[in-house]
Design a protein. Sequence first.
Length: 217
Amino acid sequence: MTPPDELADLPYADLLRPHTGPLAVEGDYDTVHFDRLAFEDEAANGSRFLECAVTDCTFTDTTLRRSRINDLWATGSRFTGVSLAESDWLDSSLTACSLAGVEAFGAVLRRVTFRRCKLDSVNLRATALYDVAFEDCVLRDVDFGEAKLNGVTFPGSSIERARLGRATLKKADLRGAVTIDLADGYESLRGAVISSSQLLDLAPALAQTLGITVTDR
């Protein structure tokens, strides 16, 4: 399902109430609207977010470890140095958001969409991603090491220096990616779907990984 472009189009838009004050450890946020707020050095580990909206917010060095995030809609927000380790995401979307230095290792993402987002040095090591879409995104130095990518797609996205070492791919569709540049883990592309032109671009690195010497002399 394509996430809505406008806040007013959310099925729970009329139920949203504005958030005030800091975040809380094991907080319970149900139909809450976080709008143009700045959170820095705050802790909300183990919190629950259900049918919430985040618009034009900044989160800096904030910890949301082991949080449960269901039906979250976020747009125009910046996440810097945030810990989302071992968090659990379901039916959520982030649009035009920036994620830099975010730790999300060990997280589980189900039916999550990233649209026009920039992910820079995001740690997704040992995450499980099911039916996750990266649409028109830039993924730079993203670590997918030991992750499980099942039904993940990258339409219109640029993948730069991504790490795939010991990752497991199943029905991961890379055909829509604009560029595919891996820092390691070419052997983990088993289980991915790529186009013939992408295969030609990847051929030298794949040959090197497999120990194949290509020479015409």
